[in-house]
Structure formats: structure tokens, C-alpha cells
Design a protein around this ligand. Structure first.
Ligand code: PBG
Length: 325
């Protein structure tokens, strides 16, 4: 009789066996939760493009921070919607800006919570680009100084880590030098090292009101078909002093996560971006898939590809499901 000698199914027979040979783990500690901070008091408004996510005023942050710490999630990444936008994105580096106030309040109320801040200008500029505009183009070198100022102001407010997402050349070095000069040698940089120009950021741009008013981000964010370029970007950021390397988006770029994991020995993060989250939510709402299972599968896939941790809007929901499993 022609029967198989080795039967992979033997180790899939029971949950105990499956657990015993499971190669990848996903735990609440692997997740970072993004939050959108807005003006006002007592604001907790659902974001239409990101169901289950909220615009929160500063006073709401301690409550949310405690809640997610209780779920085993160790940190948040903060995005801010400023009171006003201008050409130079002034509120991004204003000591009284939305993020600076948010960080101070949250750090004071929930000191154990790891606070990461996104460093970029797009939410703060009236034109919606991630850098200064001169002659209709994003001016790389003039932007560096403002990014460095932003990062230092976040650190001064009490941020535990800064995460530049602007994709200007040389920003990690500029930020590292500025942090060091101001006595923040111990503040790590989580660099959005390989950040692609992706349509999966759509729901975020609505949530953060950060869509560019003209043109697009193709002159600074990476071209989706490229992988060798991602390795160059990552190598550069390491040279410039990045502590953790991020790949973004996650699911359409799992090969990039895997390659970065293989080629470098720095910690690797991945951002399951707004469109990845919204897509699963939308299909679940239509009854086309099981949203909870699909979300956990997407997250464990990102870890299997090589991410040490994941920034995800699904963090609290996933943490609750993981607790119960
Ligand atoms: C700011 C920034 C963006 C995201 C994170 N930081 C938007 C963009 O680059 O346009 C996207 C996050 C998401 O889609 O969830 N530059």
C-alpha cells in the first residue's frame, strides 16, 4: 500500500500538540497602540474611517492609557491634530502643542506606559506635506531642523521614544544629534526606515487630517516595487543611529520585514497601517470574514515575517482575544 511514512498531520491533531510545536507567538506585549489626540475637553469621538478608534482630547488619555496597560499592552504612539496649521508646521515643535501637552499629561498620570511620539510635519502644515515647501517641492535639508526641534520638544515633554515618519534624508542623524546635544542621549529612535508611498494610509489621513493639499508623497516615501532600496534605507538609518527599524505598511510588505530581519541585527518593528485595519473591519462588517480571526492571523503573520513588535489599531481587541486563548 502506498501510504505516507511521515505525516505532518500527526502534530496537528490536538490543540496541545499544535501549541507544543507552534513557531511564532503573539502576545499583548508585542503590540503598540496608536492614538489620535485632538483639542478640547471630554472629547471621545469615533473616527469614521477607523471604526472602533477615537479622537481623544488630552484629558481622556490617562484613562485609555491605564486601560491598555491593564490589557498587557506596554505602549502607545501618539498622533496630534493641532489647533492651527501653517506653512512651517509650527505646532509640531511648540512646547504647548497638542502632542507636548498630551505627553506631559499621560506621562504624569501613567508613568509606566511607554510613550512613543510620531515625528513628522504633515499633520501640522497647511499644505499637508511632511516637510517645508520651497519652489513647490519638499525641501529636505530645511526640514531636518524642524524635525529635530519636534523630537527634542517631545523628549522634553517626557516621551520615551521618538519615531520619525517623514522620510527626509538624514533625519535620523539630525534628530540623534539634537537629542544628544540637549541631554537626551537615552531616548531611542524608532525609525520608520522603510516607509512606502502607500494607498493603505488613506483612513489615517482622514483621521489625522493630514492628506497633502497638492501632489502626493512619491518624492519622499518609497516606491512600492522596490526592495533593495529598502535595505539601503535601513542601512543608512543604522549608520545614523537608529535604535529600532520599522517597515510600513506591514501586510503588503512582509517580504521587506523578512529581509530586514535577515540582513540586520537591530530590532524590527512593523506598522499594520490604517488601511490594513480598515479593510479587515469593513469585510467583517459585510459578513465576508471573521474579523477577529482575520485580525489575529494578520498580526501573527507580521510577527512570523520577522517583526519583534507591531503598531496596530487592533491592539486592545487583539490583546483581549489573546488573553482568552
Ligand atoms: C505621518 C504618518 C502617516 C502614517 C503614520 N505617520 C501618514 C502618511 O505618511 O501619509 C500612516 C499610518 C497609518 O496609515 O495608519 N507621516
Amino acid at each position: 500500500m502506498n501510504h505516507p511514512l511521515y505525516r505532518p498531520r500527526r502534530l496537528r491533531k490536538s490543540e496541545a500538540l499544535r501549541k507544543l510545536v507552534r513557531e511564532t507567538s503573539l502576545a499583548p506585549k508585542d503590540l503598540i497602540y496608536p492614538l489620535f489626540v485632538v483639542q478640547g475637553k471630554g472629547v471621545r469621538e469615533e473616527i469614521s474611517s477607523l471604526p472602533g478608534q477615537f479622537h481623544l482630547s488630552v484629558d481622556q488619555l490617562p484613562g485609555v492609557g491605564r486601560e491598555i496597560l491593564g490589557l498587557g499592552i506596554q505602549g502607545v504612539i501618539l498622533f496630534g491634530l493641532p489647533s492651527r496649521k501653517d506653512q512651517r508646521g509650527s505646532e509640531a515643535y511648540d512646547p504647548e502643542g497638542i502632542i507636548q501637552r498630551a505627553v506631559r499629561q499621560l506621562k504624569q498620570a501613567v508613568p509606566e506606559l511607554l510613550i512613543i511620539t510620531d515625528v513628522c510635519l504633515c499633520e501640522y502644515t497647511d499644505h499637508g506635506h511632511c516637510g517645508l515647501i520651497s519652489n513647490g517641492e519638499v525641501d529636505n535639508d530645511a526640514t531636518l531642523e524642524l524635525l529635530a526641534l519636534s523630537a527634542v520638544s517631545h523628549a522634553r515633554a517626557g516621551a520615551d521614544m521618538v519615531a520619525p515618519s517623514d522620510m527626509m534624508d538624514g533625519r535620523v542623524k539630525a534628530i540623534r544629534s539634537a537629542l544628544d546635544a540637549e541631554g537626551f542621549q537615552q531616548i531611542p529612535i524608532l525609525s520608520y526606515a522603510a516607509k512606502y508611498c502607500s494607498s493603505f494610509y488613506g483612513p489615517f489621513r482622514e483621521a489625522a487630517q493630514s492628506a497633502p493639499r497638492f501632489g502626493d508623497r512619491r518624492s519622499y516615501q518609497m516606491d512600492p516595487p522596490n526592495w533593495r532600496e529598502a535595505l539601503r534605507e535601513v542601512a543608512l538609518d543604522i549608520q545614523e543611529g537608529a535604535d529600532i527599524l520599522m517597515v510600513k505598511p506591514a501586510m503588503p510588505y512582509l517580504d521587506i520585514i523578512a529581509r530586514v530581519r535577515q540582513e540586520f541585527n537591530h530590532p524590527v518593528a512593523a506598522y499594520q497601517v490604517s488601511g490594513e485595519f480598515a479593510m479587515i473591519q469593513a469585510a467583517a462588517r459585510l459578513g465576508w470574514l471573521d474579523g477577529q480571526k482575520a485580525m489575529l492571523e494578520a498580526l501573527v503573520g507580521i510577527k512570523r515575517a520577522g517583526a519583534d513588535f507591531i503598531l496596530s489599531y487592533a491592539a486592545p481587541e487583539a490583546a483581549k482575544l489573546l488573553e482568552g486563548s
